[in-house]
Design a protein around this ligand. Sequence first.
Ligand code: GTP
Ligand code: MG
Length: 468
Amino acid sequence: MYAVVEFANQESVASLLEGTAIPSISHESLVPFKSRLLSMRNLDSRDVLNQPSIKKGQAQTSIPINELIQRLSKEESIDQQITSLTEAYQLTEENCRLRFLVCSLLKDIAASFFPECTIMPFGSSVNGFGKLGCDLDMFLDLDGISGKNATMPKSGLFLEYQMKRANFERIVTQNILSVIGECVDQFGPGCVGVQKILNARCPLVRFTHQPSGFQCDLTANNRVAMKSTELLYLYGELDPRVRHLVFTVRCWARAHGITSSIPGAWISNFSLTIMVLFFLQRRSPPIIPTLDHLRDLAGPEDKSVIEDNDCTFVSDFSKIQLESNTETLEQLLCEFFEFYASFCFSKLSINIRKGKEQNKLPAVPLHIQNPFETTLNVSKNVNASQVDRFVALCQESSWLIQQNITAPSRGGTKGNATITPWGVSTLLLPSQVAGIKSRKRRKFEPTSERIKSLLESLKNTNNQPNQS
Ligand code: GTP
Ligand code: MG
């Protein structure tokens, strides 16, 4: 059990550390690097931690899917199910603090070389869409070092730092991450499984921070990702339906293996989130504005150009006027599946900057324009069979949710009633479409028509929900 303790003042920390001992061990040797992770040893024979007065810590991982299905099945409406799913999965305040703490512990290591650096979380830890147990993406920021903006005299002598040079910024980033990765590996208490992935498009050091249980990715020189994080956060804050829908779609996708924690040809959570945002921009009236609109609302203080990419968008939420769309979460979830079940992925690209489909090259199975580096495709890794699976599952889920739209009446004695999955719960059960994996891609045809005729034929033959 761990506790994150915040002190009101620096002196208290100093006095705590003054009384803290270096462990005395006999059969191993210690790396004498002191971190702010302390262990509490109990020298009494009494087992203090088992005393009833000690509160049990809250689990830092999300509930298992079967438990979630049960929990959702007890809700009264699909809207409540979606809200309940978000509550069960979202990061807690303490988990969020733990993430900032791990960043600051890493900063202590990096600061040995770069005392003015900062390490900040980005990605789902802070963009509002993080699920308990998601990885911790960290950004080593070296841009804030003093002296960059020092004014040089027009003539005469002046002093400048001697600094090592390299041909490319990428090489500098790789070298810094390599050394810090080495230090994390050799000196970082609780940091295990360190992998340096320096040849990736965005070089990174990956490791597990055992005390917190976080899988960590440390990157540097990755300002655009910080901007995407801010943008996603903004969209999530504009309307509560955004976060609810993203959580539900991410959970659904994970349950069916559309997304995975293993890198591969899957759709990433980031891509999936952009797909949800795009869908919400396509509602009539739109629930969220386009990125171009957010850029047009920006003031001079919002201007941001990173490596020639225009990353400007408004940061003052009060300047954003939303349209009055009153669709319920239930409607939106059903429509989401319909929308992507019939989306012409072979011809069209998803573009949240314009809020409109754009034409794309047919050779790319899935094209989702990177919001800031507009020549890049965030789903470049995705292959055609993954797109097919996604479409097939959208078709199935669209049908399933319409079959299970109302909560079944509860039989049995109170508290003893059998819980029948319904609504969102049914979407999380293993896929019921036979051979969905091997299904060949269908030619573009409006799914709504297909589903309507399917429903019609079901109505004529059987009025019972399909739960066989
Ligand atoms: P999970 O970790 O899966 O919960 O979601 P995440 O949003 O944190 O995704 P991930 O850890 O894969 O990436 C972290 C952040 O990096 C994302 O939130 C984006 O801001 C950014 N990112 C991820 N993939 C891409 C990509 O393909 N292109 C760009 N430009 N940014 C990306
Ligand atoms: Mg992440």
